[in-house]
Design a protein around this ligand. Sequence first.
Ligand SMILES: [Zn+2]
Length: 429
Amino acid sequence: MRPLPIATAAAALAALAPLASPARAERFAVHAAHFVDVRAGALRGPVWVIVSGDTVESVESSAPAGLAVTDLGNATLLPGLIDCHTHLSSRVGIDRMASLKSPAARNAITGVNNVRATLEAGITTCRDVGGSELVDVSLRDAIKAGEIPGPRMQVATWPLSMTGGHGDDRNQLDYHWCNDLESGVADGVDAVRKQVRFNVQQGADLIKILATGGVLSANDDPQHTGYTQEELRAICDEAHRLGRNVAAHCHGKEGMIWASNAGVRSIEHASYMDAEAAAVLKKNGTWYVPTLYVIEPILAQGNPLKIPEQSLDKAREVRMHMREAFKTAMKHGVKIAYGTDAGVFPHGTQVREFKIYTELGMTPMQVIATATTSAAELMGWSGKVGVVAKGSYADLIATSGDPLRDITELERVKWVMKGGKVYKDELKP
Ligand SMILES: [Zn+2]
């Protein structure tokens, strides 16, 4: 094959690079008329955010002297958003068998588009809770090295599952075909400890476990527990020993109580959380990551995601409980961090999750906190992301309207900066 002409290659590279910013010194200011100060819980303005390299130096309420200014006019500035539940290496809309047959390299190519779409939606940080064949690790590292645009990532590599659990792809296969299928399936205290060690060795920042059955997996039940209490304690003990937190996929109540008591940091989905389960999460300080939007594309007209009928039945059942669970969590003061399960549905569209939280009783400021200060706390990155303050990364987004009046402004983020570089600029001058 002939190589690309140099001009074409350069254009292709330029398309990947951050949008050109005016030649500027390493220090500059970003000005906007309004600023959502999440820590203070108040709308402020006007602001000048002083950026030095990839870091915020200070936030000022008057124009600094002698600095180049990126002027966002009447826009509203916020910290970059954080999604605590993504699958950035997943290919959306292919059926189960196609997904099983999809090589890691193919997933990685799609992943490059996924991380860019995510960043352009205004999500500058992700906690990625399950991928295979280390595509998640490679995406994280390529982004970190500046080779491709994407959010900052913490990754989980293979989610741990019991045999026959939510993460066991052999559920749909005759066992003769699949004895060597690599996955996070591990049973028993010794095997789960070894799987945690293996995942950490291979680059996991956190450990993801499947503590109950799931919706999209074959032949399991969302309400059944996925690990024994002994196995859950062993997983948490091993992860904590290695400096990692544990995120637990749970739908059923018993599984989430067991996982919370075993010491996981977050419960994902928590569809069947009732007052008793909420009280346990509250007592243990366990985070709840709701993922409420995902059920809509799963059950969308015409089945665009090619979900098998058996899973659609489970989804219809789970849908009746998820929003009640959210209200119960709010009522009991369970800590809530924004998460969406993007990767089941197209990346970048998970910003539709915000509106649901307001429909269920959160104020827009509370909603924004779930995806900024709270999400950062869950990830152990408080002060670095989810906030615009001295010492944080210069991860900023802007909307043209006020998201405190209309939360769906966050579905139309117009301007995105990550680490002091602009990746999207659709603000009208
Ligand atoms: Zn998920």
